[in-house]
Ligand binder design. Sequence first.
Ligand code: HEC
Ligand code: HEC
Ligand code: HEC
Length: 375
Amino acid sequence: MLPALLRYFCHRLLAACGLALFAVLPLAAAELTARFVGSPACATSLCHGGAGDLRHQHLTWQTKDIHSRTYNTLVNARSAQIAAALKLPDAANNARCTTCHAPFAEVPRAAFLNDLIKPTEGVSCESCHGPAEPWLRSHTRTDFSHRDRVQAGLRDLQHLYVRANSCVACHQTVAPELLAAGHPELLFELDGQAVAEPRHWREKGDWHGPKAWLVGQAVALREMSAQLTREKTPGEKLTAPWAAAQWLLLQLDGLDSMLPPLKPAASAAQLQPVADQLARRAAELEWSRALTHQMLQRLARTHGEFTDAKVPASQQARRAERLVLALDRLTAPLETAALAKLEPDLKVLFALAQSRPDFNPEAFGRALEQLAKKL
Ligand code: HEC
Ligand code: HEC
Ligand code: HEC
């Protein structure tokens, strides 16, 4: 096996390889030796390169989806600034950047089936669906079910745990040096980000936004825990969001007997496998409206904690930031009338969580109490 290819997969597919090897290994084993075909191979008019309901995927991705332009970001002025701060000669040709913005740049030639593949295509079909060589021919068979295709090696993105693992690989953790050099902080939230990505698919089965939210948060916490465990001097930019993400999920302890019990973890290393288990189990959970409602109530009832003077305002601000995103996703499936009743309070909460330096925990706590009364 090619070591470079292995590294590529460890990094991108398994996110934090050390931790996730146990997590997604069956998936990885099938993908490890597979070759990429490149997005032009998916784009013929009879396949995904047409217009219309069934064949629009390439067009949607190319014209509407930022993922087709992630390489271009690396040649803009902001990237030049970040690269200069890191003393990198060229962001567009450096693995520290291409790993997420132009993943094909790191794949060795031997892993390409043909010459159609260019790193400039950015985050493309196979970055999410997996290298296509093993399933390219068979996946068009009309007698094949989704399950058969997955068996052949297509990544099962309908499964929320698998989907979360695919996205989080690029959407949560960046090295502290990159943050110090001016790279935007990342915050992974599966439901909101899956809705924000211009859809080239229809959600099937029991797709449920709040469930996606929970799986996404657990996977994000796992990745942050893995990163903290790895970094020798992580600094506040890594520890603060980790603590806030942990706080948020702790509020949901005991939500369902299927989910593992949560308690404040002594260390990131300890939290990592618990968060992974939470994500896996949450993805298997039979979802119900009652669960969403309970989650909303639990989160709203944290209002008292915002007046706790022992927690620094900066930490409260991080908690509030994640909390409002959660409220947004958990209220999204409500009926119009029910949502309209909560909307004024949600607006106030969002406004109060806007700016970290000006965050006023008490005002936020009061607004949250108002919301709690209506739930
Ligand atoms: C772990 C994956 C990852 C790595 C590594 C990474 N980026 Fe990013 N980058 C992202 C994601 C995801 C976003 C989108 C952030 C958002 O909008 O929430 C982003 C956003 C950006 C933006 C802002 C785009 C805009 O205009 O809004 C710039 C500029 C950028 N990255 C440059 C770089 C450079 C330069 C490097 C290398 C030094 C780099 N990135 C490394 C994932 C990554
Ligand atoms: C190989 C890396 C990679 C993977 C995998 C990936 N993304 Fe992204 N994504 C990026 C980068 C890089 C950007 C930033 C684009 C820019 O500004 O250059 C981005 C931007 C986005 C944006 C717009 C900015 C934002 O953060 O709101 C959304 C939405 C998004 N991605 C959703 C997803 C979803 C959903 C998945 C999984 C199904 C996913 N991404 C998988 C790299 C990736
Ligand atoms: C950022 C990640 C990402 C990228 C890039 C991406 N996809 Fe997808 N794709 C998804 C997700 C998530 C789903 C929904 C799960 C599913 O239906 O398998 C999906 C679903 C699909 C479906 C099923 C459509 C349906 O309604 O049943 C097709 C076909 C598809 N993608 C083709 C493509 C093609 C072709 C490209 C490249 C032009 C591409 N995808 C790029 C994430 C991605």
